[in-house]
Write a protein of this length. Structure first.
Length: 63
């Protein structure tokens, strides 16, 4: 019986490791994208404030 559980553990281990790596990679991609979008939005708001434009523009139209 001990051999069965050891074999089961060795069978599942690679799948778990690959799954964790995939999860970490996707998580880091999504976090970096979110951070980049927040930074870009902040820079864009600063530029709009410098030019005196409203931050509530829609579809590129000035208000």
């Amino acid at each position: 019986m001990d051999n069965f559980w050891l074999n089961a553990l060795w069978s599942v281990t690679p799948t778990v490791i690959v799954g964790l790596l995939f999860w970490l990679i996707i998580r880091s991609i999504l976090r970096s994208d979110r951070t980049e979008r927040e930074t870009y939005a902040k820079l864009e708001a600063e530029e709009r404030a410098k030019r005196g434009l409203s931050t509530d523009t829609q579809n590129g139209e000035k208000q």
